[in-house]
Design a binder for this molecule. Structure first.
Ligand code: ATP
Length: 769
């Protein structure tokens, strides 16, 4: 978006009008998208209209069309649902209804529309666009509009943004609302898990997803579910037997809690529905066990919008406004999507057709096609679910047969706690065991390794780890310098063939240091890897670290609380200081998610003139009727321009207009329990890392069963880069790191800074007003 944003200048489309509306089922994040559309339009000098109640409002006209200002979309980014309403409109399905809608638009000289909704709403918009000329001809012929009005609005430009909790739209990695729905599901599952655990209960949870099993599948991964029923991957016909024998085996192994997730549209291989009630009955009939059904229903649509959805909505909404204004008579209509962590435009109807093709494949019972059409990420989730919910592990390999002996892998945590470390450990341990190898957990990081605190971990040791915060193996920030001989000794004693370290910058330093010492210590010539896990998100080689999303959500929640706490009170500006050292990821993203005014960070140098400008912007905004200001600042932003300095400066310059308060957020930012995003990321990273070390051990195994790994590719950082998990050699990574600052040289999220500014600066602050 940076390249696109850098070409966008203020008032570029002065005099134009656009309209935005939400349609179909509501989803958290729709408000953020509306806000971004409107604010970007204001920035570009356009008149933005908000149409209430979707197509219904467009057909009705009158006061359903609202002229939006900067302030109309103030304080809505965190609110679930859609403040402008959404409806299903039968009238718009007919040409007559669409003619009325066309009339209402032309009356206001609007021919650029942003539709935020699902595939039905986007299809409707496309039909409207195709018919547009004919509709205008009819309106001219009946004297309802003049030929001049017709000429002014002769083409209809439409852009789609997908808001849907189901993540059922092909072409985008995520739709707005899915992450928030997963938050609601996770909260419910966590609550249920504690009661279920007390009573040895089986819980059957029905989640939304008429045609798409994404919510069910991801819920299954993050809740450690025993069985998941989703439409695209029906269970074998003998599922009754399989389900019951699995539950029985788990009880025999001492598992007290069983969770079964079922999508509302689940079916068997014949396409016959499988309902929660049926599952309950099967368990009762075969095992005589009682189970409880929880249907989450509309709870999944509600609540506060997650930080991820807010940011996604900001990015998609802003891009939609630019796209609809850039559109010409020959432009193919587009839908805004997220691909490889970038916001892109793709042809709208191609994506709608692919989405509808999945539904067709489901109707045709062509399950393989449906899964293929859902995309690579969906398939990877399905694989992860299958692997982690196994109870039967493959037969262990036999000791003493040379190269086929089981490998011993060790895992430890180094650095500060971040939510998701346990989830990564769990999936890593299970994948290693699943492959027939053994895994040792190292207690207390490098100190424990040097002291020989290694304990074997078995399948059941990691039950329930996915949703827990902290680090069960224990961790600290000590790195291995000065302890190399002891570490080498323990690795030799325990015959460790690969080492995995989960943690932040110290974890990176640890593996880098051991790799550099390979020429001196043969014991370090084993495959090694880091799973990045730190709230600061300051690790090179990955776009996201485990724990950063949880932290971001905690900060965003605190921003919401702080803002709400002072509601109805006098005008006030809050300065919020976040963790992260020199890395400005958390304040930048939290500022975008929290709808803050600015975020001071180390990476974007600022001086007194910048602070002065921001301060006067704040004064302009407060004079414009806004009561609340939020300013974020990373702890390492600048050693002299401290939070306290900002507080005093803003307050002094406001000349009594507002007061200021500083909040320094402490360890609460590390979070209590991981978010769905972090649980999922951690689970997938654990699996990817286990696969990596296995491949490397196989490559480097010697005839006597020892492992000798010396290539740079045998010691890597695991990272999520775009859609893929990539492994970057430590050696290469060190060139990409500012070690003294503990940040990567290139940080992808810096590209969002211009957008943050555009969305946050009040229009009265610009000189041209
Ligand atoms: P969700 O994912 O929540 O179902 P959706 O956008 O697919 O969202 P729909 O109920 O299919 O929801 O569509 C919403 C509205 O869009 C409809 O009530 C109707 O007004 C309009 N619409 C949908 N399909 C068409 C169509 N083929 N022609 C004209 N209008 C349509």
């Amino acid at each position: 978006i940076v390249n696109k944003m850098s070409k966008i200048s203020r008032n570029l489309y002065k005099g134009q009008s656009i309209a935005v509306f939400t349609s179909g089922g509501d989803a958290c994040g729709m408000n953020g998208a509306v806000r971004a559309c409107v604010r970007m339009a204001v920035y570009l000098g356009c008149q933005a209209f908000m149409i209430r109640e979707g197509y219904q409002g467009m057909v009705q006209g009158g006061d359903q069309f609202v002229k939006a200002t900067w302030a109309s979309v103030s304080s809505i980014i965190h609110v679930g649902g859609t403040i402008i309403g959404s409806a299903r409109c039968k009238e718009f399905m007919e040409r007559e209804g669409r003619k009325k809608a066309a009339y209402n638009l032309v009356q206001r000289e609007i021919n650029r529309l942003i539709v935020i909704g699902g595939d039905g709403s986007l299809t409707g918009a496309n039909i409207f666009r195709i018919e547009w000329t004919g509709l205008l001809d009819d309106l001219v012929a009946s004297g309802k509009i003049t030929p001049q009005q017709r000429e002014k609005c002769k083409d209809l430009h439409i852009v789609g943004v997908v808001g849907s909790i189901d993540n059922d739209f092909c072409g985008t990695d995520l739709t707005i609302g899915t992450d928030s729905a997963l938050h609601r599901i996770t909260e419910a599952i966590d609550s249920i898990a504690s009661t279920a655990y007390s009573h040895q209960r089986i819980f059957i949870m029905e989640v939304m997803g008429r045609h798409c099993g994404y919510l069910a599948m991801v819920s299954g991964i993050i809740s450690e579910a025993d069985y998941v029923f989703c439409p695209e991957a029906p269970p074998p016909l003998d599922w009754h037997e399989r389900l019951c024998s699995k539950l029985q085996k788990e009880r025999e192994c001492g598992q007290r809690l069983n969770i079964i997730i079922i999508a509302e549209g689940a079916n068997d291989l014949n396409g016959e529905p499988i309902t929660a009630q049926m599952v309950k009955q099967v368990i009762f009939d075969r095992l005589g066990w009682d189970s409880r059904i929880t249907v989450l229903g509309h709870v999944q649509r509600g609540g506060a919008t997650s930080a991820y959805d807010r940011i996604l909505a900001c990015r998609m909404g802003a891009e939609a406004t630019v796209a609809v204004l850039e559109s010409t008579a020959t432009t193919t209509p587009v839908v805004i999507v997220l691909v490889n962590n970038q916001i892109e435009r793709i042809p709208l109807m191609g994506a709608v057709e692919r989405t509808q093709a999945v539904n067709k494949a489901l109707q045709d019972k062509d399950w393989a096609k449906a899964i293929a059409l859902r995309g690579v990420a969906f398939q990877a989730n399905l694989q992860a679910l299958k692997l982690l919910s196994q109870t039967k592990t493959p037969k262990p390999k036999v000791e003493g047969d040379g190269a086929n002996e089981p490998f011993n892998v060790a895992v430890m945590h180094v650095g500060s706690p971040a939510c998701g470390i346990n989830a990564a450990t769990r999936s890593f341990v299970r994948t290693i065991i699943y492959n027939g190898d053994s895994v040792y957990g190292i207690r207390n990081g490098v100190l424990g390794l040097a002291a020989g605190e290694l304990k074997p971990l078995i399948w059941s040791d990691v039950i329930g780890w996915c949703g827990q915060g902290g680090a069960f193996l224990g961790m600290n920030r000590i790195t291995p310098e000065g302890r190399f001989p002891e570490i080498a000794h323990q690795l030799r004693e325990f015959k460790i063939h690969a080492l995995v370290v989960i943690g932040g910058f110290e974890a990176y330093r640890t593996v880098l240091a051991l790799t550099m010492e390979r020429p001196k210590f043969m014991e370090f010539c084993i495959p090694m890897a880091v799973i990045p896990s730190t709230i600061s998100n300051n690790i090179p080689g990955t776009e996201y670290s485990i724990g950063a999303d949880t932290s971001l959500n905690e900060i965003t929640k605190i921003c919401d609380l702080i803002r709400d706490s002072a509601r109805g009170y006098k005008k006030r500006v809050f300065i919020i200081e976040t963790m992260g050292g020199h890395c400005g990821y958390l304040p930048t993203m939290a500022a975008m998610a929290g709808g803050a005014d600015s975020a001071y960070i180390y990476e974007e140098k600022f001086n007194i003139h910048d602070i002065q400008r921001d301060c006067y912007n704040m004064i302009a905004k407060m004079n414009g009727g806004i009561d609340r200001g939020l300013v974020l600042r990373s702890e390492g932003a600048n050693k002299n321009y401290t939070s306290n300095f900002l507080e005093r400066l803003y307050e002094e310059e406001s000349n009594g207009l507002f007061t200021c308060r500083t909040n320094i957020l402490g360890h609460v930012q590390q979070g209590g329990r991981p978010t769905p995003f972090d649980r999922c990321l951690a689970t997938e990273m654990g699996i990817a890392c286990a696969q990596f070390v296995r491949e490397q051990m196989k490559k480097a195994v010697q005839p006597d069963g020892t492992v000798l790994a010396t290539t740079k590719h045998s010691s890597c950082m695991l990272g999520l880069m775009g859609p893929e998990y990539k492994l970057t050699p430590m050696e290469d990574l060190s060139h990409q790191t500012e070690f003294h600052l503990r940040i990567p040289k290139i940080q992808w999220w810096l590209q969002l800074r211009p957008l943050l500014r555009i969305l946050s600066i009040h229009d009265s602050a610009y000189a041209d007003n």
